[in-house]
Design a protein around this ligand. Structure first.
Ligand code: TTP
Ligand code: MG
Length: 383
């Protein structure tokens, strides 16, 4: 059956939220990101992009390119709240939604044709609802599959709405560079260029056997299908996030238990913060240990009541670590802490004094959201 997939992506998300909430920033270049000497741009408003400022750029460069911009640290808690609001609006438009990140997702509209005048009108309705209820603009792409829908939402950003009909797919794709195919990174791009394929159109016309000789059968088949605009990945409603964790590989192996425990504390704090930011609690904590060069072990503890506080995660990870016999003379190459068996928080209370703790952690998380994760850690960083 022909499918109808909608991809939606908010425009300059963090910066737009800031402009919405601060009238004085509207119409001005706004740059959100780390403001310290090694800070990186999270995003820039479209006014700032004209100066060549973009996500993942060093803040120092952004400051040089656009010195008169408004520079702001990210307020993750607020963006997450807006994100939740957006997804709850989207939920009215399709029962099958796959969130991809804080500001984008896929909706499967297949079978809902009777509810819409046309896919374009449906897209307009989605955009209107988001704009009216959040004050923010989104770009929407509608197409017969995920690959094309995501491509389409990006084609007329900001505030775009592009519908790609199945019969137009190859024509739309043909002039685009191969790097627009998802999964084609710098390496594959270079290999394709070496074979003479720069555009998707050129790739679509490639001989499969020849492509397979360089890229292998599977990759050749996948790339060719995508180049022809074919993609049958389903929209997968989010299973609960499977796990949230952090691990660190050390430049120099760790030889003391004390150092290792310090790392575990800092990893636990980061994991706790991410859990709470997502509004999640965990029922399992897993410790991962690697001895040089590659012997890797995991140990897990399951709790009757879920946890989300740093110290509970840390205590569990430390207990698992203390029980683990370290072979004499072996250095630790990697440590990881992860939490699994996740569910939405708020339904359970673990401690009698949990309200007080919630308030404490709320305060800590606000500071972390405002000043970055390193503002408040009890762990000395890195041994
Ligand atoms: P994007 O959707 O990639 O970017 P955007 O919404 O800011 O702009 P666009 O109009 O092009 O979609 O990412 C969503 C948010 O995620 C973005 O507002 C900030 C954050 N982000 C980062 O923190 N770092 C990054 O490198 C990127 C790409 C995004
Ligand atoms: Mg976006």
């Amino acid at each position: 059956m022909e499918r109808i997939i909608l991809h939606i992506d908010m425009d300059a998300f963090f910066a737009s939220v800031e402009q919405r909430d601060h009238e004085e920033y509207r119409g001005k270049p706004v740059i959100v990101g780390g403001l310290g000497p090694r800070g990186v741009v999270s995003t820039a408003s479209y006014e700032a992009r004209k100066f060549g400022v973009h996500s993942a750029q060093a803040m120092a460069i952004a400051r040089r390119r656009c010195p008169n911009a408004v520079f702001l640290p990210p307020d993750h808690a607020r963006y997450s709240a807006v994100s939740r609001q957006i997804f709850s609006i989207l939920a009215r438009f399709s029962p099958v939604i796959e969130p991809l990140s804080i500001d984008e997702g896929f909706l499967d509209l297949t079978g809902m044709e009777r509810l819409m005048e046309s896919p374009r009108d449906y897209g307009k309705a989605v955009k209107r609802a988001v704009r009216e209820e959040t004050g923010l603009t989104a770009s929407v792409g509608i197409a017969p599959n995920k690959f094309l829908a995501k491509l389409a939402s990006d084609m007329e950003k900001p505030d775009g709405l592009v519908v790609i009909r199945p019969e137009d797919a190859e024509k739309v794709l043909a002039p685009l560079p191969v790097s627009r195919i998802f999964g084609v990174g710098k390496k594959t791009e270079a290999r394709l260029a070496a074979l003479g394929f720069k555009t998707i159109g050129q790739l679509a016309a490639a001989d499969r056997a020849k492509l397979a000789r360089t890229l292998g059968d599977r990759m050749a088949a996948q790339l060719l299908a995508l180049a022809h605009g074919l993609d049958d990945r389903p929209v997968e409603p989010r299973r609960e996030a499977q796990s949230i964790g952090r691990e660190e590989t050390f430049d120099e192996d760790i030889h003391s238990r004390e150092d290792a425990e310090r790392v575990l504390l800092s990893l636990s704090e980061e994991v706790g913060w991410r859990l709470r930011r997502e509004g999640l609690v965990a029922r399992t904590v897993t410790l991962k240990l690697r001895f040089a060069p590659f012997d890797t072990y995991t140990r897990q503890q399951t709790f009757p009541d879920p946890v989300s506080y740093d110290e509970d995660i840390f205590e569990a990870a430390r207990a698992l670590f203390r029980e683990f016999p370290i072979p004499p003379g072996r250095g630790i190459r990697l440590l990881g802490v992860s939490t699994g068996n996740l569910s939405m928080g708020g339904e359970v209370s673990l401690f009698d004094d949990h309200e007080k703790k919630d308030r404490l952690y709320d305060a800590i998380d606000k500071l972390k959201g405002r000043f970055g994760e390193n503002i408040l850690t009890r762990a000395g960083r890195k041994p």
